[in-house]
Design a binder for this molecule. Sequence first.
Ligand code: AMP
Ligand code: MG
Length: 420
Amino acid sequence: MPPRRPERTRAYPLPMAAPLSVAAAQARILGALTPLRSERVPLAEALGRVLAAPVVSRRTLPPFANSAMDGYAVLAADIAGATGEHPAVLPVRGESRAGAVPAHGLEPGTAMRIMTGAPLPEGADTVVRHEDTDDGRATVAVRVAAPHGTSVRLAGEDMRAGDEVLTAGRRLRSGDLAACAALGEVWLEVGRRPRVAVLSTGDELVEPEREPGPGQIVDSNAVSVSAAVREAGGDPVRLGIARDTVDDLRRHLEEGARCDLVVTSAGVSVGDHDHVRDVVEEMGSLDLWRVAMRPGRPLAVGSVRGVPFIGLPGNPVSSQVTFELFARPAILALQGASQPHRPRSVARTLEPMDKPEGLETFHRGILERDADGGPPGVRLTGAQGSGILRSMVLADCLVALPAAGSRVPEGTLVEIIPLG
Ligand code: AMP
Ligand code: MG
């Protein structure tokens, strides 16, 4: 190995501004981002992408009135008063099947066999399920007085031409794609997927494929960060591991600056070999934010060569939780998402939860369904240390406890962030 250059020395402690709340830090990060340009993608590639333009219906759905059941198309007036004891008996004239237009309309005083999804014949206003009849072929005995409109899907009851069906900024789900397909929208304008540089820093790290030697640990952060980038709709670009030297960090960050966002982990504390701060400052700008939260301090935010930069803490749980709270919304915002934050819900604590006074705390929680239909219960995954990977494995939510207070008693309603 070439001899190391002497590193710059710094005076500690680092000057830091007053602590920020999580919400304030999120707002600052998002406020500094500009969404990437949009692109057109085929429907098959649109899942999880963020719509850049609204989808406005140019069709009427359903396109024609049709039957919601297998049965008989009738006029409600012709079966008024029908009961099991006194059925209405009607002659059966023809049938309407899915995929074809019936040969003729319905004459008053008659019934037409009809299948689910088949066009309602002209003149009919009601469908009687075949279970409510004797299923007759020549004549049918209707045993119920189905009111007008029963089992009929009206044309346009779902969508009408001109309806805004999907709003810009929405992250597309499978059901959205079905609606687009039905409307004939087979190409969609979506935000470009951000290329996110993922860089781990630390002399102790080895790639997951390698067996760690004495004093070494596996770089697990690059794995969680890359996967989470993908989950947020980004395209992770693995930069590998930068050693704790100014030169190596500079080299890696220079490469990272070719992406749309740079996310690093570790090296931003005040340890003797934490140089991320110096190098990022030299290549752009950096704020070291004291976010009043646990786990996960400090958070480094800035830019390298004009590309937004987020420096996550090194401890695996801290890096995962801060990614969730700060990097994930940033990646979604770059795609133009109108709601970059995961929706929160509530749960009732099943055990007392301790936390540091003054810090918003994100414990790892396990949800339990409430037998009486109330809000779910939540208990802790066990030890909550910022290095306990199992706490994230076991968790199905983060328990978001407010900054004030140091103990949340059992039975308290608290906010949770479900982890998908
Ligand atoms: P640092 O911020 O560099 O002081 O790192 C804080 C802690 O996180 C140390 O225990 C590191 O060994 C650990 N750590 C740093 N980077 C990673 C990583 N990529 N994967 C797993 N643990 C890490
Ligand atoms: Mg380190």
